[in-house]
Design a protein. Structure first.
Length: 82
């Protein structure tokens, strides 16, 4: 971390090293996984392998407005988690 003057404002210590998310479990959207499964069923070769490798990739959902919190379907957080 650097200060506005361009000087180090923090030195790394042993506790700072590593990935703090390494042992965490992330959300894999089951709706997206189902969509992938549908595509995998008709895919072949390298495309099929790529789609299969994407099944467990974690998902993120950007909440940039309150309107995206409640509701049904894949356009809201509540809909995604149902």
């Amino acid at each position: 971390v650097w200060s506005l003057r361009g000087e180090p404002s923090h030195t790394l210590t042993r506790g700072d090293a590593g990935n703090p998310f390494e042992s965490r479990r992330f959300y894999a959207n089951p709706t997206y996984t189902a969509e992938l499964d549908s595509s995998i069923a008709s895919a072949q070769g390298e495309v099929k392998c790529t789609l299969e490798s994407m099944r467990g990739v974690p998902s993120a959902y950007w909440l940039d407005s309150k309107a995206k919190i409640l509701g049904k379907g894949s356009k809201t957080m509540q809909g995604i988690l149902q």
